[in-house]
Design a protein around this ligand. Structure first.
Ligand code: C2E
Ligand code: MG
Ligand code: MG
Length: 735
């Protein structure tokens, strides 16, 4: 801030007022009159300086300040009019009352023209003269006060103008026709307009065409105070004539607008005269871009840029609704490359990735514009054919696909032969539920593979092989709790910079009597479907609590333990109590227990979950968003939950080695940090991934690079080694 602004701040402006006793100069060449006046004034408590003649008067004026001068006109050494001229020439700011024996009107007019404030005739009436003096003093005081207020107003206006113009936000006022009457300096760097280009223009000049309707409502805001429009998101257009890509960063800016109606303050008490509106627009372009990036990746496969499973499900849902109206069948295809794993393992991931890209491009060639091609993961693709005439159409397209893919693909000097197995089902004939249709197509695809690959099979109701396996698992699951077959493993979560263990994630394993050690993928879906997950989840919470109590008793450093929560568990009415019981039974510090929940799960029953998690958070428990990036990724909704930790899904972390995926992870980390969250990267497998994460300021990591999941015993050993290392480091530092 510049110096003159600091000076302009109110406390620096001193309020000058008259001294307690006003000081009056009396100038007259008649000693008697001089004495008489002096005595009269002293009796009224004025401070008086007497000057015998014009010259003495000038000397007195040069020496000190007076509040009033009483001046005789006819003085032999220097007459009153000459004294007046001197006062005027020097800019002396003291009112002069001429007290003269010259009673002609000419004398009075001359004196007043010469700058006298008043004219009193001799012989004077003492009371009349005193009244005139008093009037002059009062008037002078009012004038000074007015000047002072005016000065403060000017200073304050200067100050406000500075604040408004140096604001990072765009600030404007509009008249009642919607034309700019004021815009601050920020508009230049934000939109590339000079202030004078915009003043007088209608606001629609800067509004993005698609936002005009919404803008109308905000820019014509008539409400004032709390009810006025707040944080409305709108796009503003940059000046098309200006090319300043670095500063402007794009042709259009997203802003959050807050606007208020302005009313004439001078209108009467019952009259409201609208005179326009004013508003503040905050640039949120960067935040929007980051959100869009995160949103895009939530619905797309990062490698091929094709829709992912979530977007494929969305499209299928839409098309099913449309098919119902038009009575036209649609088909879902599941495609899986044959022997892709062999190619990937022998030629490496980079070539594997190139091959998948090439396959994606060839598949696209075989389809029409309205068809959806998605990559569901690995080497599995899916196709949605929304308008069919018959199954013959499906066969025709699939023959084309099989034929196109049978031609060799050339990647980095390798000639690769590949083939594809396809499963298909047709709606509504085979059903009309999204997930069922996808699963049936997949079952048919597996059948196609088992029948010799490189072929198409339509789903038939007999194809139920995977289900019988499921039923066996479900039966075993029900007995597993009673037989104590579950066990928890603990995977460390460590500080990316210091390598210190900050916490563990509890991961469930099942010692199956016949099949050996099973991981969650083998049984959690069945446990979910059958509801057995609720008692299992309860067991996990208690087991995690018991482990933390053990560590505490052994005097190990306090760490966080994260527990995964599944859909059925969260929905169960007993959920909050079940968590609180585990905390209470083992006298845990709630801060040490973290619940991991995926985004999609949170959004399933938004309001109910917000209440439950709010209660747990109020009791001190922590909440982590698991597999972040694979769900909705809407920060607006997420911010309504009491979240502490963001766990970036391993699919993004593992893609970190590819330049183009860095910005997504970077955006996620930046946003997590921006929301003050602890950001944990999952699935860190290599040193280079760790280095990238460190660069991006990710707080913690979890993954095979540091350690896979450990048994309870191994985790305890790791913690105690850590505690010892810590104590030794402290000792070394102390000695
Ligand atoms: P999650 O919560 O995302 O857990 C991380 C998974 O990534 C674990 O798989 C872990 O072993 C694996 N992982 C860790 N580091 C790496 C790495 O560097 N590379 C790779 N490729 N993988 C790594 P796990 O143990 O098979 O668990 C799978 C999922 O099962 C978990 O995903 C979680 O959603 C669920 N789950 C695990 N335990 C429980 C539980 O007690 N209850 C419930 N409801 N779900 C659980
Ligand atoms: Mg987890
Ligand atoms: Mg995860």
């Amino acid at each position: 801030m510049s110096d003159d602004l600091i000076d302009a701040s109110p406390q620096h402006a001193s309020v000058s007022s008259f001294p307690v006793r006003p000081r009056i100069l009396v100038a007259d060449d008649e000693p008697l009159i001089l004495e008489g006046l002096t005595r009269l004034l002293i009796t009224r408590d004025y401070e008086v300086v007497a000057a015998n003649g014009g010259c003495e008067a000038l000397i007195a004026i040069g020496k000190q300040q007076f509040d009033v001068i009483l001046l005789d006109l006819g003085m032999p050494d220097l007459n009153g009019n000459e004294v007046l001229r001197f006062v005027a020439d020097r800019g002396v700011d003291t009112p002069v009352i001429v007290v003269s024996g010259d009673s002609t009107i000419d004398a009075a007019i001359r004196a007043l023209r010469g700058g006298a404030a008043d004219f009193v005739r001799k012989p004077y009436e003492p009371e009349e003269l005193l009244r005139r003096i008093d009037n002059t003093l009062t008037q002078r005081r009012l004038e000074k006060e007015n000047n002072h207020i005016l000065q403060r107003l000017q200073q304050s206006e200067k100050w406000h103008r500075f604040l408004v113009n140096s604001s990072p936000d765009f600030i404007y006022t509009l008249d009642c026709d919607g034309r700019f009457t004021f815009v601050n300096d920020r508009v230049e760097s934000l939109l590339g307009y000079r202030r004078e280009d915009l003043v007088g223009q209608h606001y629609s000049l800067v509004i993005h065409e698609d936002d005009i309707a919404r803008a109308e409502h905000v820019f014509n805001e008539r409400r004032a105070g709390d009810r006025s429009a707040r944080n409305i998101e709108i796009r503003l257009k940059c000046n098309p004539g200006v090319r300043r890509p670095r500063l402007m960063n794009g042709r259009c800016k997203a802003v959050e607008l807050t606007a208020t109606g302005m009313y004439d303050e001078e209108a009467g008490p019952f009259e409201q005269r609208f005179i326009g509106s004013y508003g503040v627009a905050k640039d949120v372009t960067e935040r929007k871009q980051a959100e869009e990036t995160v949103h895009y990746q939530a619905y797309h496969d990062l490698l091929t840029g094709l829709p992912n499973r979530a977007l494929f499900r969305d499209h299928l849902g839409l098309m099913l609704a449309q098919a119902k109206r038009t009575q036209q069948p649609l088909a879902v295809l599941s495609l899986d490359l044959d022997h892709f794993k062999v190619i990937n393992d022998s030629l490496g991931h980079t070539i594997g990735d190139e091959l998948l890209l090439a396959v994606g491009a060839r598949l696209r060639q075989c389809l029409r514009e309205g068809d959806t091609l998605a990559r569901l993961g690995g080497d599995e693709f899916a196709v949605l054919l929304p308008t069919l005439v018959s199954r013959g159409d499906v066969e025709h397209i699939c023959r084309k696909i099989i034929q196109v893919l049978s031609k060799p693909v050339y990647v980095k000097g390798h000639e690769i032969y590949i083939s594809v197995s396809i499963g298909a089902c047709v709606a509504p004939e085979d059903g009309d539920m999204i997930d069922n249709l996808i699963r049936q197509a997949e079952i048919a695809m597996y059948q196609a593979k088992s029948q010799g690959r490189s072929r198409l099979l339509f789903w038939e109701s007999g194809m139920q092989a995977p289900y019988s396996e499921r039923m066996q698992i479900e039966a075993d699951l029900r007995r597993a709790l009673a037989r104590n077959e579950f066990v928890l493993f603990y995977q460390p979560q460590v500080d990316t910079f210091t390598g210190e263990v900050r916490g563990f994630e509890a991961l469930l394993r099942w010692w199956h009597p016949q099949r050996g050690l099973l991981t969650p993928a083998d049984f959690i879906p069945v446990a979910e479907e059958s509801g057995v997950i609720v008692p299992i989840g309860d067991w996990v919470l208690r087991q995690a609590g018991a482990q933390m109590a053990d560590w505490r008793r052994a005097g190990l450093p306090p760490v966080r333990l994260s527990v995964n929560i599944s859909a059925r568990q969260l929905e169960s009415p007993d959920f909050v109590d079940s968590v609180m019981r585990a905390v209470q039974v083992y006298s845990l510090d709630g801060q040490q227990m973290e619940l991991e929940i995926t985004e999609s799960l949170l959004m399933r029953d938004f309001e109910a979950n917000a209440i439950k998690l709010g209660r747990l958070s109020a009791s001190g428990l922590r909440l982590a968003i698991d597999d972040f990036g694979t769900g909705y990724s809407s920060f607006k909704y997420l911010s309504r939950f009491p979240i502490h930790t963001l766990k970036i899904d391993q699919s993004f972390v593992q893609e970190l080695d590819r330049e183009e995926n860095m910005s997504i992870v970077n955006a996620m980390i930046a946003m997590g940090r921006g929301m003050n969250l602890n950001v944990v990267a999952e699935g860190v497998e290599t040193g280079s991934q760790l280095a990238r994460l460190q660069q991006m300021q990710c707080h913690e990591m979890q993954g095979f690079f540091y350690s896979g999941p450990l048994s309870g015993h191994e985790a305890t050993t790791l913690l105690s080694q850590h505690a010892r290392g810590f104590a030794q480091a402290e000792q070394a530092a102390a000695s």
